[in-house]
Design a protein around this ligand. Structure first.
Ligand code: GLN
Length: 465
């Protein structure tokens, strides 16, 4: 009930698209009864959660923040949602995002932008932050609603999705832990796809231990997602304390990217020093193909988007135009009305890259470079580096007025510079808040590990927390 009240009090954040109040109260009552009987289902029984609105929820509207899916009520739950419910978690509602998870600001959804709760915080306001009535700080994206929900204390944890950074970026800007698990460790069944070869359900929590608990619940092979794998260890409990003396931490030199803020750089160095003083070996490493990653990401993303979005034709799901002079006219009008400009732009560019005359030059080339990017990581890890320490974002969260000024494509490209190479390679990564900036906003760093080393990654993240 307190969480539901909190949702009402923080409506101005625009964190939720749908609040499932009645169901939540029912689920919470059932959990209470189980507790009274002394038979809780597990660590998440009775815990209020929020789910990004690109995961299917049975009989509950699932919109991807698009007019195209307004009114769509899936007949099933995504595997990750079902797993949380099976553990007794209480679903509070569905959270806001950039339309179809395309974006880095949570400013481009059909239901309006999400506001970062830090816009209203004492540290930000006391240091000269804008009056939230005229401007505010963005959450980052695309899972900004999930981040705002957890950061504003209406939910204890939230599911995001991470295709190029969409869980880590908003978690970083909202001062949360954001985990992108190894590709294939967590089922994508019922996660409305953006880029199937990179999509991973993401976890947002207030602590690293909470993220590990949720990963333990979500991970596992799923007959409904053929890309899932069985993890050799089922236990994701973290040790209370660890010795970091055996650890080799890599600092990728290419991540000293243009636009990296002085403060973020200072935190990156400080935390590397902390690790070194505790006995870890901190070494500079090279990931030489990093500079090509973001361009290739966008070619591959657009190509998969072009195929994925073909299903939204006005016949099967959601929105249907009244223009019905021919089938083609119906398709065209529905898609024009249903999708925003970002989505339409990616469909067009993706189809362009996939044309027979362009296929080799763009799609195949980008796939080849993707392999080189994955090989860069593999080489560094096989040379004995346990994990990499990098910034998560270039700076603390920009203001909304500033963010919407720039051209969307360039904006997205800059924001994802440290996060999307990880998706290209399918690796696990976690962002952890480290300090407050001079503006009173969170600055976070990212740890990247080898595939399936999610537990080790979280263990070190827990040590840094
Ligand atoms: N910002 C990236 C994009 O727009 C990543 C999105 C995501 O991870 N869902 O594609």
């Amino acid at each position: 009930q307190k969480c539901l009240n909190r949702i009402k009090k923080t409506r101005n954040l625009n964190a939720y698209i749908t609040v499932t109040e009645e169901q939540a109260v029912e689920q919470a009552r059932a959990a209470d009864e189980r507790f009274q009987r002394g038979a809780p289902k597990g660590p998440l029984d009775g815990i209020p959660i929020a789910v990004k609105d690109n995961f299917c929820t049975e009989n509950t509207e699932t919109t991807c923040a698009s007019k195209m899916l307004k009114g769509y009520r899936p007949p099933f739950n995504a595997t990750v949602v079902q797993k949380l419910l099976d553990q007794g978690a209480v679903l509070l509602g569905k959270t806001n995002l950039d339309e179809f998870a395309m974006g880095s600001g949570s400013t481009d959804g059909a239901f309006g932008p999400v506001r970062n709760p830090w816009s209203y915080s004492a540290p930000y306001r006391d240091r000269g932050g804008a009056d939230p009535d005229s401007d505010w700080v963005i959450t980052g994206g695309s899972s900004g609603g999930s981040a705002a929900a957890v950061a504003s204390l209406s939910s204890f944890l939230a599911l995001g999705s991470d295709t190029g950074g969409s869980t880590r970026n908003p978690a970083a800007h909202c001062g949360l832990v954001g985990l992108k698990p190894t590709y294939g460790l967590v089922s994508r069944h019922g996660f409305i796809p953006l880029v199937n070869s990179m999509d991973v359900p993401g976890i947002m929590t207030r602590s690293v231990h909470d993220a590990a608990t949720v990963l333990g619940v979500l991970q596992g092979q799923d007959a409904k997602d053929s890309t899932t794998i069985r993890h050799p260890e089922e236990n994701f409990h973290l040790p209370d304390d660890i010795d970091v003396r055996d650890l080799r931490v890599g600092i990728p030199k290419e991540y000293h990217a243009p636009g990296l803020s002085r403060e973020t750089l200072a935190q990156w160095s400080r935390v590397a020093d902390v690790l070194e003083r505790a006995g870890a070996r901190v070494v500079t490493v090279s990931l030489p193909h990093t500079q090509h990653s973001i361009v290739c990401y966008h070619v591959l993303c657009a190509a998969e988007v072009a195929s994925n979005m073909a299903r939204f034709d006005g016949l099967q799901y959601g929105h249907r135009s009244v223009e019905d002079s021919s089938t083609d006219a119906l398709y065209a009008a529905t898609r024009h009305e249903g999708f925003n400009q970002v989505v339409r732009g990616r469909i067009l560019s993706g189809n362009y890259f996939l044309l027979r005359r362009n296929y080799q030059q763009y799609f195949v080339k980008a796939q080849q470079v993707r392999r080189l990017i994955a090989d860069d990581f593999a080489q560094v890890f096989s040379a004995g580096v346990d994990l990499l320490l990098t910034p998560t974002t270039l700076s603390d969260a920009p203001s909304h007025a500033h963010f919407i000024q720039e051209d969307n494509r360039t904006r997205s490209m800059q924001e994802d510079v440290f996060t999307q190479p990880v998706n290209m390679a399918g690796l696990p990564a976690v962002t952890v808040p480290m300090a407050l900036s001079g503006r009173g906003l969170p600055i976070s760093l990212q740890l990247i590990g080898p595939a399936l080393q999610d537990r080790k990654l979280l263990t070190v993240a827990g040590w840094l927390e």
